[in-house]
Design a protein around this ligand. Structure first.
Ligand SMILES: NC(=O)c1ccc[n+]([C@@H]2O[C@H](COP(=O)([O-])OP(=O)(O)OC[C@H]3O[C@@H](n4cnc5c(N)ncnc54)[C@H](O)[C@@H]3O)[C@@H](O)[C@H]2O)c1
Length: 344
């Protein structure tokens, strides 16, 4: 039976992936300090279905190199998904040191734990998956952008692929970008089977989005609770959005094809077919689902906010046969139904 460690395993992405793996019989360990508000509910949800023979939880911080090394050494894992992170650009601006310590330092701690864990020569090292971000590509000023009606669009390309030059912006961009490069280098230098997913906006059930991170879930929850929403900029900013079940499938396919994916980076997102303007197009969809919208105010653009980001995931399609299957309308309806059940 596959043995899996998920750091940040009580978070949005971690708990959804854990549920999928547990349903197929994997033995899963979650390593999380529950610092994100709401993640305690995800942990309780998983623990209500699986006992300690299949699911264990360690209350740990990825900054604790000693504990992390002990967990990795003792766990004999086949696969490690490293999701624990300081996830918000805004928080990284307010406290860049702890952002660096969690994102860059925490990832380094994990890589060292894997590299240094003793194992028999016949045992392969665990596959390590890291969730990076499109923010490592920076403001993308080299791509021509134009306004087309209610949204921004690229003039000459369908989406950003992995050949795009790195250009870290914001402390969050720098700390995730440094981690991204360390993860890839541990494949090159130490021959560890590591894989980087550079993800754009992921959304879905069990996402406790707030104004700082998880904007789509934040808009859905605010709509349900009739809480005011601030739109920074004109709301025509475009993002490609990917429903969580499609991301979980991508991880599992990339794991199955580790002989091809090891040492590689993949841009993973909804792509051009699932790109939506964050308010001028999402607002009407939320109105349709809920029947009303909360009070909306507009404010200045946030520094470094891209007018459009759409990923090109052709490499993932080529290497492990993945592409998104859940459209925006269907995915947002699932998220709305879950949030309605949870918050009301
Ligand atoms: N959701 C997205 O749209 C998106 C996009 C790009 C990249 N990512 C990356 O994907 C990963 C998962 O994101 P998510 O949306 O599930 O976020 P999340 O906040 O729901 O999950 C992160 C988890 O990490 C835990 N955590 C935070 N700091 C920790 C620490 N120091 N030690 C141990 N645990 C800690 C939190 O309690 C939380 O459970 C993150 O690395 C994030 O940067 C997410």
């Amino acid at each position: 039976m596959e043995r899996v460690l998920i750091t940040g395993g009580s978070g949005f992405v971690g708990s959804n992936l854990a549920a999928s793996l547990l349903a197929d019989g994997a033995i899963v360990t979650l390593y999380d300090n529950l610092s994100r508000v709401g993640t305690e509910h995800n942990l309780a949800w998983l623990q209500s279905s699986y006992d300690e023979t299949q699911l264990s939880y360690i209350n740990g911080d990825v900054r604790d190199a000693y504990l992390l090394a002990e967990v990795v050494r003792g766990g004999n894992y086949d696969t490690i998904f490293h999701f624990a992170a300081q996830v918000a650009v805004t928080t990284s601006l307010a406290d860049p040191r702890s952002d660096f310590e969690v994102n860059a330092g925490g990832t380094f701690n994990l890589l060292e734990a894997v590299r240094c864990a003793p194992r028999r020569r016949t045992d392969p090292p665990p596959a390590v998956f890291f969730t990076s971000t499109n923010k490592v590509y920076g403001a993308l000023e080299q791509l021509a952008v134009e306004q087309r009606g209610s949204r921004y669009a690229y003039r000459d390309c369908v989406g950003v692929d992995e050949s795009c030059p790195l250009n870290f912006h914001s402390p969050y961009g720098c700390s995730k970008g440094a981690a991204d490069q360390y993860v890839l280098d541990y494949a090159r230098i130490y021959d560890l089977p590591t894989v980087v997913f550079r993800m754009s906006c992921i959304y879905g059930t069990r996402q406790f989005g707030n104004e700082d991170q998880g904007w789509l879930a934040h808009f859905v929850i605010a709509t349900l609770q009739n809480c005011p929403i601030t739109i920074y900029g004109n709301g025509k900013q475009v993002r490609d959005v990917l429903f969580i079940d499609d991301l979980v499938r991508a991880f599992r396919l990339a794991r199955e094809n580790i002989n091809i994916t090891a040492g590689q980076v993949y841009n993973i997102g909804g792509g051009a077919a699932n790109a939506i303007a964050i308010w001028t197009e999402l607002g009407p969809l939320l109105h349709e689902l809920h029947g009303s919208l909360p009070p909306i105010t507009y404010d200045e653009w946030r520094p470094g906010d891209q007018p459009i980001y759409v990923s090109n995931s052709a490499k993932a399609a080529r290497d492990f046969g993945w592409q998104p299957t859940i459209g925006v309308r269907e995915g947002v309806s699932h998220l709305y139904d879950w949030a309605k059940g949870f918050f009301s």
